[in-house]
Design a protein around this ligand. Sequence first.
Ligand code: ADP
Ligand code: MG
Length: 400
Amino acid sequence: MKLDISALRYLTSEDWRVLQAVEQGSKNHELVPTPLIQHLSGQRQGVHKCISALAKVGLIAKVKNAKYDGYRLTYGGLDYLALNTHRKPQPSPTNSTPQPVIYSLGNQIGVGKESDIYITASPTNRQLVLKLHRLGRISFRTVKANRDYLRNRSTGSWMYLSRLAAQKEYAVMKVLYREGFPVPEPVGWSRHTVVMEFIDSFPLRMVEGVPEPGKLYGELMELIVRFASRGLIHGDFNEFNILIRETTDEKSGKVTLTPVVIDFPQVVSTNHVNARMYFDRDVECVRRYFERRFKYTSDEAGPFFEEAVKGADPERRLDVEVQASGYSKKVSELDRYVEVVGGDGEAEGEGEGEALEGEDDGEEGDEDAEAEGEVEDDGRPEQVEGLLEGGEEVPHKGEE
Ligand code: ADP
Ligand code: MG
């Protein structure tokens, strides 16, 4: 799914109003009837012209064999609405003058299993990451259970789930960052997107060798325990979601590796009925990876779920704060989806371990989009309308 922003600059304020009307109408209608679009846009005239302009660039679409005349929002349309929010000045608690979150849009740096990751920059030229959630994109071949449950979903309901994923990810990152966990600073969210600090790093998956594997291993296990002691389990703690920052001491030349954790839509509470299973799975994931990749096996067993949650202070539970899944005992649609589909490490291959051997950089798992030639690959940065002259290229490590 390519994020093509070339039409962004040509949309008129009327077009934007009509696009918003289609979005608003989508809450109750799979296919938004044209008269309703007209009504919601608050415009008496010119709506049809806007509709055809939006349909022409693929931001809204007609549905084949529909019973009535209407349109649905496309992912492209949703992307535009989110970008439009991010580029508008936002009130910020730390800054008295409202500032846009995003000033320019750069290269795509990653295709997650169910997300597209772009590098962006703030008005002060700080490097940021724009994560667009694309739930529903995974190849259904790899999902054994509940295929029908997934297949029968409409585009609109995928968009809804993608929004829930972004909202939850932002909420979780916000409290984790505040509490000093090594996660990127979240700077904004809109619809199915999250904007966060760019971490100049490599995913653990791409790290060839670790000078002191025992040290990094210990730190990662400590992190899992620290999460649990605050009521949270990452739920997908694998080598793609652990970024490794490398810093070199100028004097001694000693290289230090520090992990930064990303990817939070599937986080669960330690009160979840399957909490122990999720906890053990995160632990096992790291253990197995270190064994296989770095030939490192720890002498110590564990960590164990019971011990990790034993000393947890009920007053300081972050799961309560973000209402992580499982806490309220009410299974949200997103939780159900996550349970069915699993994390990065699963679902990409039929058998255990297969997912790792079949790929080389964690940027696969998007067969459908690739087959349709949708994955952006021209390496040229684009810019958000009316912004940075020339769309300066932002260098980063993971690109070459
Ligand atoms: P998904 O949910 O699709 O797995 P992730 O959040 O794990 O998406 O991101 C996919 C990839 O994009 C990561 O493996 C990483 O390489 C890159 N990435 C994501 N967020 C950042 C970030 N804040 N800084 C640097 N790279 C990132
Ligand atoms: Mg991931």
